[in-house]
Write a protein that binds this ligand. Structure first.
Ligand code: ATP
Ligand code: MG
Length: 328
């Protein structure tokens, strides 16, 4: 094992795309009709990019690796990351026909349709990732495993190489659109340090029907699992130890990106060496704050809003003082 180069705290590999959000569309949606939205906005989407943005907003040094298209959508998406000082030199460009991925969110009030096109993320292979770049950090994170199918065959050897270089690794699979929850995942679980699923995903990953059984099963494979449970907060399983970490009480405006924002708070503390329960408490705070504004990154674009929300929702949390001065 070599001493890692720590140009970054965290490197992230994954997809980058915009979210196009339409509000107020009727449900059911009749076909062949012109349906008018009450509002429209464009913001940064995709789990990996939202995490990179929000983690960097918390004063963590973030390097981002992806395969981007050479089009206006990818320029816009990258501008959001550049504005938060995320390093983009790990991004490679595709000359293939795919173009940028996109997610169209159709809000019908309390329920929504989420329509996604993978774009270049579907073309990404191990050849697009520079191992030296990924390893110039203390920690590596992979998001959206099941969307990045082109990477699968290269991931076990990549994870092994990253571990040998002394980094810790976290994985948030997010959903599996095929609902298979198999394949490369079984090879990766023994190679990671932290798994960050939501409750439903953990049940599917472990093929169990109760959270107790799921936590027991996963603890035999992964040293630390942190389960996101929406308004119920989080549960940590580390070996035989289990902690319930309560949520922060907020009135959500929009929960898109709450899971990625939880990951941001969690990892910001994890790379600073804080114990898992404190990392998860921070995750609950950043997850909750993310729900207070529409979209995955809005709450993290406004430093004053972030500071004020943290002060109101978690007064006196010493860790917050530690998080902010880094890039004051
Ligand atoms: N209504 C809420 N009230 C308080 N906190 C919330 C609420 N919804 C989400 N959170 C916080 O955000 C975290 C992540 O949310 P959630 O469990 O929905 O993750 P997820 O399903 O992975 O989300 P995503 O769809 O972004 O991937 C929760 O563990 C909690 O800390
Ligand atoms: Mg998630």
């Amino acid at each position: 094992m070599t001493v890692p180069d720590t140009r970054f705290d965290v490197t992230i590999a994954g997809e980058i795309n915009l979210d196009l959000v339409l509000d107020g569309i009727p449900e059911p949606m009749p076909v062949e009709r012109e349906l008018l939205a009450s509002a429209f906005r464009i913001t940064l989407g995709s789990s990996a990019a939202i995490l990179a943005h929000n983690l960097s907003a918390l004063g963590t040094r973030v390097g981002f690796a992806s395969l981007a298209a050479r089009d206006e959508f990818s320029k816009m998406a990258m501008a959001y990351l550049a504005a938060r000082n995320v390093d983009l030199s790990g991004i490679k460009y595709s000359d293939g026909p795919a173009g940028s991925g996109v997610t169209v969110v159709v809000n019908h009030g309390p329920v929504r349709h989420i329509l996604s096109y993978l774009g270049t993320a579907g073309e990404m292979t191990g050849a697009h990732l520079d191992i030296d770049y990924l390893c110039s950090a203390r920690h590596f994170h992979l998001s959206s495993l099941f969307l990045l199918k082109g990477l699968h065959k290269d991931l076990p050897s990549l994870f092994k190489a990253i571990r040998l270089r002394g980094l810790t690794i976290s994985l948030d699979t997010n959903d599996d659109p095929d609902d298979a929850w198999a394949g490369v995942l079984d090879e990766l679980l023994p190679l990671i340090d932290v798994l960050l699923p939501n409750e439903r995903e953990l049940l599917r990953i472990t093929k169990t029907e109760s959270i107790d059984a799921a936590l027991a099963a996963v603890s035999r494979k992964v040293p630390l699992t942190v389960v996101k449970r929406g308004a119920k907060g989080a549960i940590i399983q580390q070996g035989d130890m289990r902690h319930i970490v309560p949520a922060i009480d907020v009135v959500p405006v929009d929960t898109i990106g709450a899971g990625d924002s939880f990951n941001a708070g969690f990892l910001a503390c994890y790379v600073r060496g804080l114990p898992p329960a404190e990392c998860a408490a921070m995750g609950n705070l950043t997850g909750a704050v993310s729900t207070m504004k529409p979209g995955g990154i809005e709450a993290f674009r406004d430093r004053e809003f972030l500071r004020k929300s943290f002060a109101e929702l978690a007064p006196g949390a010493a860790v917050l003082e530690a998080l902010f001065p880094r890039r004051a």
